[in-house]
Design a binder for this molecule. Structure first.
Ligand code: ADE
Ligand code: ZN
Length: 329
């Protein structure tokens, strides 16, 4: 069976990480940049482990060199999302990649991405919002510059702030200034944690940065007191099971902790992270979860409701999405 046609909300999607490999290969040929080493013989992205994945990701991103490239990318990504039944997505955007953290350039990139999003909304019925995301291993000073870009452009489209990259680099409090700056600008707060470091790092992230959502957070399962705390606080986890399995965090779907987290009352949502890198789509994530945990329509409706409540969007958008979910039932 396939849950492809069910409407879905996706809160954790890296725009460059969602780039189809053929799209990146085509651009690399246009730009005459040799990145052939990041593809395997079938044309898929190839990497050895998470840290190598980050390098491959940055190599792929290096061929995206103008706002028009991001316009094309956004359309290509949203087409894929819509084909999986996604009606609402939030995407991570990094001023590091979009204009080198220069505010004037960042505005140009954003305008192009927002224009493509409006086109996709009109043609495909999918809504996109953006979460500005510094890259952790680029360091706290660059994160500050990214936060300034985020604060200057916060509004209907740029609605959140987060952090991605190598979780093992720096401590959460190193990014306090950047997160405070974003919070003061009214942005929703999320942070990758509990993917490559364990429960203590999730605790430290909650304490220092006070996010309402955690990117991944799955390694909370190693400390059941933390699981209870997450459930009590109502912290929403942006879980990306296919990503965790592809990157070797868990050997297979049945071993993934999302089932236990859900059963223990944690607010979980499901996303794809970097879908072509992990050979996944939102439809595939739902289908595999159905197979592994026998989740039925009721559970998937709960996932959608949780994502809708946790979405970094304005009240009108939330209401319109609620209506779409209702009429689809
Ligand atoms: N950037 C893109 N995908 C990521 C992931 N899974 N973890 C951290 N940073 C990322
Ligand atoms: Zn991620």
């Amino acid at each position: 069976m396939s849950l492809k046609s069910h409407p879905k909300l996706e809160l954790h999607l890296h725009l460059e990480g969602a780039a189809p490999p053929a799209f990146i290969r085509g651009l690399s040929q246009e730009r005459k940049v040799d990145i052939s080493g990041i593809f395997d013989e079938r044309g898929h992205y190839t990497y050895r482990d998470f840290w190598h994945f980050l390098k491959v990701y940055e190599a792929a991103t290096s061929v995206l060199q103008s706002p028009m490239d991001y316009h094309r990318l956004t359309l290509a990504v949203l087409e894929e999302c819509a084909a999986s039944g996604v009606i609402y997505a939030e995407t991570f955007l990094s001023p590091d990649f979009c204009g080198g953290r220069d505010l004037v350039a960042w505005r140009d990139y954003l305008a192009a991405i927002e224009d493509a999003a409006a086109q996709a909304e009109a043609e495909l019925g999918i809504t996109l919002r953006a979460i500005v995301t510094p890259i952790r291993h680029f360091g706290p000073d660059k994160a500050k510059e990214a936060a300034r870009c985020a604060a200057e452009t916060a509004g209907r489209f740029v609605t959140g702030f987060g952090i991605a990259g190598d979780e093992k680099v720096c401590e959460p409090e190193d990014f306090l200034w950047a997160f405070d700056c974003a919070r003061e600008a009214g942005l929703g707060i999320t942070a990758h944690a509990g993917e490559w470091r364990g429960p203590e790092h999730i605790r430290a992230t909650l304490k220092a940065l006070n996010p309402t959502r955690i990117g991944h957070g799955v390694r909370a399962i190693e400390d059941l007191a933390l699981v209870d705390e997450l459930a009590e606080r109502g912290t929403v986890l942006e879980v990306c099971p296919g990503s965790n399995i592809a990157l070797g965090l868990y050997p297979d779907w049945r071993s993934h902790p999302i089932g236990q987290l859900y059963d223990r009352g944690v607010k979980v949502t499901v996303s794809t992270d970097d879908p072509p890198f992990f050979h996944t789509t939102m439809a595939r994530e739902w289908d595999r979860l159905h197979d592994a945990f026998e989740w039925d329509d009721g559970v998937f409706a709960t996932l959608n409701r949780t994502a809708l409540e946790a979405a970094f969007c304005d009240a009108d958008t939330r209401q319109a999405l609620a209506k779409k979910l209702e009429t689809a039932q």
